[in-house]
Design a protein around this ligand. Structure first.
Ligand SMILES: O=P(O)(O)OC[C@H]1O[C@H](O)[C@H](O)[C@@H](O)[C@@H]1O
Length: 433
């Protein structure tokens, strides 16, 4: 969508002034929304508020029965343009270029795609096949807004199981999965190893840091400590852990560049990733093209080279044995909120936790932290923060053993237990497993 505001092609009426997409994104089918783009990028909350306010003013100012007439009068011309083919052919060209302009640089490489019945099915016919890849075993390529097979979200364990199984069943070299509107993506290597979350950020960081040594990688707040060590010690870059929310991460990377700190990659564990070279657009297909470029370039040296070139790039990334996310709901109608907002309530939970932590010698608050309360201890860490959208406090815990993860969970539970509007059932279950 966004690219249609930049592509120059007079015959196809491009570039357009604006683009609108109807999508549930990675969410279930009953949570559709609209995404708006201009050539400056995706519109943010303030822009959308402005649009809604203006629209409601126009509605109020016009007499109800006049609206239909006005609509008739302002009718424009509708022209259908096959923009997807134009966009996809740019992706194809990028991969060819990285392989010295070879027409079919992925010849005989077996790549399966799981589009989760979202919009990503085009990647098979319009990108992979023209590059010579074998795509048998690709699944759920037909768009279906009810997502009958699984929720299309590379952060979702079930979704990742589907693509991993498809790779193993088909003995494929690589698996690729997209969310509904292809702004999130992830991969699976030939052995069925998931390249998502921290691992995908590490992989993208390795690729980007080869091109831009020393650059800063901006990520969301739930990235692991192992990722920082990997980016800084192994790759020689800088890891700037910021807030959750792809827009927050992207805007922060843009801000860093504007104050003289070079950054080329902004990425979330959710699978949203944006590159400076691609106008800071969180384009999941473009991320996968960066992986294909690596594969294509490697295959110019030997046709048996497969996804190992990607797996090797994340060699040395330390990963926690236990990774949990527990979402603690705030009951907005509970008397303990005293009529206040769930945000204020959540903030007071966080302040209380911060205070409790400072008295515990086993725990250490992260020296730099931009969101919620992040704490190290028992060889791991936890982060408790407010959800971007919901009345929820998500808790992320990473540790090297279940016992250590439970110790971290208990520290949180002791502090949050004092807040009756917070549903701690899931946390209780976790620590008493
Ligand atoms: O704060 P949470 O509820 O975990 O949700 C956070 C997520 O919200 C949306 O899905 C955005 O697309 C993501 O960029 C963000 O990470």
């Amino acid at each position: 969508m966004f690219n249609s505001t930049l592509t120059e092609d007079e015959r196809s009426h491009l570039p357009v002034d604006g683009a609108i997409m109807i999508t549930a994104s990675h969410l279930p089918y009953n949570r559709n929304g609209l995404k708006f783009f201009t050539s400056d990028g995706g519109l943010n909350k303030a822009d959308i508020k402005d649009i809604l306010e203006r629209a409601s003013k126009i509605y109020e100012e016009s007499a109800h029965n006049n609206l239909k007439e006005q609509g008739e009068a302002s009718k424009g011309v509708v022209t259908n343009v096959d923009y997807m083919s134009i966009y996809a052919s740019d992706l194809v060209q990028a991969v060819r270029k990285s392989a010295g302009d070879k027409e079919k640089p992925l010849e005989e490489l077996h790549i399966v795609v799981d589009a989760g019945n979202g919009a990503g099915g085009f990647f098979v016919d319009k990108v992979l096949k023209p590059l010579g890849a074998v795509t048998t075993g690709s699944q759920f390529l037909e768009p279906d807004g009810l997502f009958p097979n699984h929720i299309p979200n590379p952060e979702d364990k079930t979704a990742m199981k589907f693509i991993t199984q498809a790779v193993l069943d088909n003995k494929a070299d690589l698996g690729i999965i997209f969310d509904t509107d292809v702004d999130r993506s992830a991969a699976v290597d030939s052995r069925g190893r998931e390249l998502n979350r921290n691992r995908l950020i590490a992989l993208m960081a390795a690729i980007v840091l080869e091109e831009h040594p020393g650059t800063t990688v901006v990520t969301d707040s739930v990235t692991s400590d192992g990722l920082t060590v990997f980016i800084e010690n192994k790759l020689g870059g800088k890891h700037h852990r910021f807030k959750r929310g792809y827009k927050n991460v992207i805007d922060e990377a843009i801000r860093l560049n504007s104050i003289g700190e070079e950054s080329h990659l902004a990425m979330e564990t959710s699978g949203h990733g944006a590159l400076k070279e691609n106008h800071w657009l969180d384009d999941g297909a473009y991320l996968m093209v960066k992986l294909l470029n690596k594969l294509a370039a490697a295959r110019t040296l030997g046709s048996s080279i497969g996804s190992k070139v990607l797996t090797d790039l994340v060699e040395g990334l330390e990963e926690a044995d236990v990774t949990v996310e527990i979402r603690l709901k705030i009951d907005q109608n509970h008397a303990d909120l005293k009529g206040g907002s769930f945000r204020d309530y959540g903030e007071s939970v966080l302040r209380h936790l911060e205070n409790a932590i400072s008295k515990d010698p086993n725990l250490r608050k992260a020296p730099v932290n931009h969101e919620g309360v992040r704490v190290s201890g028992y060889g791991g860490w936890f982060l408790l923060r407010l959800s971007l959208h919901d009345p929820v406090l998500p808790l992320n815990i990473e540790a090297q053993s279940n016992d250590d993860a439970i110790k971290l969970g208990l520290a949180v539970l002791a502090a949050v237990n004092e807040f009756p509007a917070l549903d701690v059932t899931a946390l209780n279950k976790f620590v008493h497993q």
